[in-house]
Design a protein around this ligand. Structure first.
Ligand code: SF4
Length: 265
């Protein structure tokens, strides 16, 4: 049966993990064993902070970032306090309770259209090159669906669209002394979002955690097969060593001398 001392929370990224592999999600949420993330480069974090500041400056000037003009609906949402709260990923901001469990997450920014009175999510992503077709749906659909659900549950009606603004480098220029400018191109990608899909996914994840059973591993992941093979090999080697040492105890070498009398010089 599901036991955990720390309060269990779901996030869009945890639900993304659940979609990819329920077993890895289960190990993380039930036993606190997370997948190793490797070395995380600091550049994306720095870019994210700069972009947040840049969007806040635009908000203060009541303008959209120029690269988004005519590509997204409405303007940046003007309430600074709400935006600060919504950006917090630790439950201070946007959240919804599903079957007693909180789904929460921190979004980057929000658009609001005065004419339609509808909100849309906007999220900025930095990457090495322009996004490939279909990659946004493949990697960020759950994120978009979850924020749509959280906004709707907090009484904010949405366009059911999410905008992912990709910033990727496309040139470097020396500006002055030791200052070099790296230029980024921006390509916003629109995807349709569905709050019901996020709700169903959350319910399935909760059901998985409450079932008390370890779920099957993902069929597409090579890592589990690799671990299984390695564990089997390790067992075989350890077992072979045990058999060898048992044999040495039980079957002494007949040629070996047993007593001092048997020793000949
Ligand atoms: S298949 Fe195994 S290693 Fe791969 S993601 Fe799932 S539990 Fe993790």
């Amino acid at each position: 049966m599901y036991k955990r001392k720390r309060e269990l929370k779901l996030s869009p990224s945890a639900l993304g993990d659940f979609k990819t592999c329920p077993r890895c999600f289960w190990f993380d949420k039930i036993h606190g064993i997370k997948n190793p993330r490797g070395i995380f480069p600091s550049l994306p974090g720095g870019m994210d902070r700069q972009l947040k500041k840049y969007y806040d400056d635009c908000r203060e000037n009541k303008t959209l970032p120029l690269e988004l003009e005519d590509k997204v609906p409405g303007n940046l949402y003007q309430n600074f306090d709400d935006i600060d709260r919504f950006r917090s990923p630790f439950g201070r901001g946007l959240c919804v309770t599903i079957e007693g469990i909180t789904l929460t997450g921190g979004l980057d920014d929000l658009l609001y259209d005065e004419e339609t009175k509808l909100y849309s999510i906007i999220d900025y992503k930095t990457r090495a090159s322009e996004p490939k077709e279909g990659a946004t749906e493949q990697y960020y659909q759950t994120q978009g669906d979850c924020y749509d659900l959280m906004l709707n549950s907090n009484g904010m009606q949405t366009t059911h669209k999410a905008y992912f603004a990709y910033y990727f480098p496309n040139g470097v220029k020396h500006l002055r002394n030791d200052v070099v400018g790296v230029y980024f191109k921006c390509e916003p990608v629109e995807i349709s979002t569905d709050p019901d899909r996020a709700l169903k996914l959350s319910q399935a994840a909760i059901q998985c955690l409450r079932s008390g059973e370890m779920p099957e591993p993902s069929k597409d992941c090579e890592m589990c097969k690799h671990i299984e093979k390695r564990t089997a090999m390790q067992d075989m080697i350890e077992h072979a060593d045990e058999v060898k040492s048992d044999e040495q105890v039980e079957k002494p070498n007949p040629k070996a001398p047993d007593t001092e009398d048997d020793i000949r010089f």
